[in-house]
Design a binder for this molecule. Structure first.
Ligand code: SAM
Length: 223
């Protein structure tokens, strides 16, 4: 079973995320185990300080090295992968999520405000991951995004394994449009072909829609 530890100053942000839906069921079925830790548990002063002002000046606060080193050194196991969520990291991709899903133990570190002391990145981080070209206020939701993306690759987490093969980015294409009942709604009809029962033609239609959508929205994927 994949073990995941998340280090954050805002552990309650993940309460609902870990309890609900497919991820909640995956954890209940012991396909993965996720523990969320408050970094302040490793701060040593009476105010439970985990951050401080940046050397050299500037706005905001920076996570201090002492509590983070102590937390990671206590939680890590041989061969585990220690990941810092950061906008200047490697962009998250299906391949990266799949690689993470094959690991035994992952530790995610979330920064906040201005980020974290560089010595943490140099000393106790193996990989840096970004969830996109925008800046969040802290990395807790970014950790949730990576966990959600990797969990889908753990056998058993998705009820129907085949749902993995028909998703955006498989074969570098975005997904095709989906419809359900009723066949007619407010004058809008489901495309005739989907009601035909002709599976070969439906596959062809879906593939054409995938190419069309990808060309329109993400032409870079087709290159
Ligand atoms: N000063 C940092 C910079 O410009 O790269 C941004 C710090 S950001 C305001 C605070 C924290 O949010 C970061 O330490 C990181 O953990 C998290 N974060 C923000 N955007 C992120 C993204 N796109 N991907 C992953 N983590 C992100």
């Amino acid at each position: 079973m994949l073990r995941i530890d998340v280090l954050t100053l805002f552990p309650r942000m993940l309460d609902g995320f870990l309890a609900e839906s497919i991820l909640g069921k995956g954890i209940a079925a012991q396909h993965l185990a996720v523990s969320v830790h408050d970094l302040r548990a490793w701060s040593t002063d009476k105010h439970r300080t985990a951050d401080d002002r940046p050397f050299g000046g500037g706005a905001g606060m920076v996570l201090k090295p002492e509590p983070v080193f102590a937390a990671i050194e206590q939680l890590q196991s041989p061969g585990c992968c220690r990941i810092y969520l950061t906008p200047d990291g490697t962009p998250l991709s299906p391949t990266l999520a799949h690689d993470f899903s094959k690991q035994q133990h992952l530790i995610f570190l979330s920064g906040h405000y201005e980020g974290i002391d560089q010595r943490i990145r140099d000393g106790v981080i193996d990989q840096e991951v970004s969830i996109g070209d925008y800046v969040l206020t802290n990395g807790t939701l970014a950790a949730a995004v990576v966990i959600d993306a990797l969990a889908r690759f753990i056998p058993g987490v998705l009820g129907e394994e085949k749902s993995l093969t028909h998703e955006s980015f498989t074969n570098k294409l975005l997904d095709f449009p989906q419809y359900t009942r009723p066949a007619e709604f407010r004058g809008m009809s489901v495309p005739e072909i989907l009601l035909s029962g002709n599976h070969a033609e439906i596959e062809k239609w879906r593939h054409a829609r995938q190419v069309e959508k990808t060309r329109l929205v993400r032409p870079d994927l087709l290159k």
